[in-house]
Design a binder for this molecule. Structure first.
Ligand SMILES: [Zn+2]
Length: 69
């Protein structure tokens, strides 16, 4: 693996690993190599929701087990 010291540490593309990420729009970053696009204006799914549903699913599973046993 060769590490280029000429390339300044910048945003690395998660798709192709290239440092070709440009600010396409104020909130959108785009890779020039593989057309990877990341829209930062879209909020990521709240982690609490996923965890909550997982716990609810687990609780429901436990409840079914209790009923069956
Ligand atoms: Zn890329």
């Amino acid at each position: 693996m060769t590490v280029s010291t000429l390339t300044p540490p910048s945003v690395q593309c998660p798709e192709c690993g290239g440092h070709s990420i440009v600010e396409y729009k104020p909130t959108v970053y785009r890779c020039l190599k593989c057309d990877f696009e990341k829209d930062l204006s879209v909020p990521p799914e709240p982690s609490g929701a996923g965890l909550g549903s997982a716990i609810m699913g687990l609780a429901g599973f436990g409840l079914v087990l209790l009923i069956l046993l």
